[in-house]
Design a protein around this ligand. Structure first.
Ligand code: NAD
Length: 479
């Protein structure tokens, strides 16, 4: 069985407590690997290592050199894509074709931020006569990163690549449910020649290692990706030291289908947006909002395709794998149970492959509709393969309905009407609006993040570099 250890100062070691935690293979429900159960002393050592890196060499490493480190990393990641994809599938249960996309996108993050490292610049500002004013964008120093289990490979890569590009040294706490590819990224970083104390990784439980990282006074900025509830705890801990945060939280994203939509384009994407990673995607298209005049027909066609979704073990490369854990399966089943109690009609269900292991954490993908607007299926994040169809009357109603949740992460709009494309692009209260497409293949260049309960700050694109640096203004009075 694989063992994952803690990485501080380029050295792999056990937790200070000597304790370990089991990672479970979600496809079969049996132990897959052991990870170190890091805690406060391990976080402390990791922060000291990152601080030392930042102050002794990383801060003064020329930007072009940082970019070269990232470029070497991108090449190693691309070369290891097949291995990384298989490891991700074993750890998370996601179908291999989805992990292959994750591996490609993960390498792209390093490629993208390699090119950005020497293009981080400030402004000159017209000011009073006899003065010269300009801004510098400087790294925070030591950044703390907490990521979830649903896309460890992509999220590990995106947050590490952007932080290093911006010139920070970092401490990362991956999720206790799945983190093997994050550890592999760290190994590749050492191979790529990235200085060993710049990336420090502490595995462990959220309430132990995660909480210790969020509360650590030596962390200058926190990037958190996870649930809104834990995000709030992390913000409270960071507030004790008045530290800034980036919060990437949940979503209840709509797919809005107007009567003039191109069905051939919309249907496969609508399905893929909820089935991908068994619905455990922050930007899952979990609400299907359809204009009333086509509602019955469009939803009937969706149901026909939905029933054919293949659910099984990752090796057979189905459309949908298991969810991550027994806890997650119970959460999703809780929604299915309350939907039954509320009498919400089931429009389609897919079958779980008969060959899938009995111990695996499979749930039956389910399409509901029409879901009443106030029902929890229309409002709350399920984080499972559950799609809620709801009719709307016209454009204004679609906007009202789409914005009627606490979340605001992404939205998909399906219409051939150019004016409407522009109007919805502006009216939807969320961080990304896709028109006649969704997800856009990873889109490492596209700033990503939420409004409302979906969080604040941005990852991806140059916005991430902005959030991972601070603006300093220098004013020189000269004669
Ligand atoms: P979670 O909040 O339970 O866990 C996320 C991370 O936080 C894990 O590493 C966990 O160990 C850590 N953690 C848990 N308790 C902690 C604490 N008290 N202090 C510090 N850290 C702690 O979330 P999850 O169930 O793992 O992930 C699902 C959630 O993440 C969903 O809401 C999903 O939408 C969201 N998510 C958002 C994005 C995004 O980019 N917006 C991406 C993926 C997932």
């Amino acid at each position: 069985m694989q063992q994952a250890q803690i990485l501080t100062g380029g050295r792999w070691h056990a937790a200070h407590s000597g304790q370990t935690l089991a990672l479970v293979d979600p496809s079969v429900g049996a132990p897959l690997a052991a990870i170190a159960r890091g805690g406060a002393p391990d976080i402390d050592a990791a922060v000291i290592s990152a601080r030392h890196a930042f102050e002794t060499h990383w801060e003064i490493t020329p930007a072009v050199e940082r970019g070269r480190h990232l470029a070497r990393m991108a090449a190693l990641m691309a070369a290891a894509a097949d291995e990384l994809a298989r490891l991700e599938s074993r750890d998370t249960g996601k179908p291999l074709k989805q992990s292959r996309v994750d591996a490609t996108v993960a390498a792209r993050y390093f490629e993208y931020y390699a090119g950005a490292a020497d293009k981080i610049q400030g402004d000159t500002i017209p000011f009073l006569p006899g003065h010269q004013a300009f801004t510098l964008r400087e790294p925070h120093g030591v950044t703390g990163h907490i990521i979830p289990w649903n896309y460890p490979l992509q999220m590990g890569a995106r947050t590490v690549a952007a932080a290093l590009c911006a010139g920070n040294a970092l401490v990362l706490k991956p999720a206790e449910e799945a983190c093997l590819t994050v550890m592999r990224i760290a190994e590749l970083a050492l191979e790529a020649g990235i200085p060993p104390d710049v990336i420090n990784i502490v595995t462990g439980l959220g309430e132990e290692a995660g909480a210790a990282l969020a509360a650590h006074p030596g962390i200058d900025h926190i990037c958190f990706t996870g649930s809104p509830a834990v995000g709030a705890l992390v913000q409270k801990a960071a507030a004790d030291h008045n530290r800034s945060c980036t919060m990437e939280l949940g979503g209840k994203s709509p797919q809005i289908v107007f009567a003039d939509a191109d069905w051939d384009k919309a249907l496969p994407t609508v399905l893929g947006a909820i089935v991908q990673n068994a619905g455990q995607t922050c930007s899952a298209g979990s609400r299907l909002l359809v204009e009333r005049s086509i509602y019955d027909d469009f939803v009937a066609e969706t149901a026909k395709r939905f029933a054919k979704i293949k659910v099984g073990a990752w090796e057979s490369d189905p459309d949908c794998g298991p969810v991550i854990s027994e806890i997650q399966r119970a959460r999703v089943r809780g929604f299915i149970d309350t939907a039954a109690a509320d009498g919400i009609p089931i429009l389609a269900q897919a079958e779980i492959d008969a060959g899938a292991a009995a111990g695996g954490y499979y749930v039956t993908p389910t399409l509901y509709g029409p879901v009443p607007r106030g029902n929890r299926l229309a409002k709350e994040e399920v984080f499972g393969p559950v799609l809620s169809a709801i009719p709307f009357d016209d454009e204004d109603d679609a906007i009202r309905l789409a914005n009627d949740t606490d979340y605001g992460l992404t939205a998909g709009v399906w219409t051939e009407n150019g004016g409407r494309q522009m109007r919805l692009g502006k009216a939807l209260k969320c961080g990304q609006v896709f028109v006649n497409c969704y997800g856009a293949g990873g889109g490492v260049e596209l700033p990503f993040g939420g409004m409302k309960r979906s969080g604040f700050g941005r990852e991806k694109g140059l916005e991430a570099v902005h959030d991972l640096t601070v603006c300093k203004t220098v004013i020189i009075k000269h004669d």
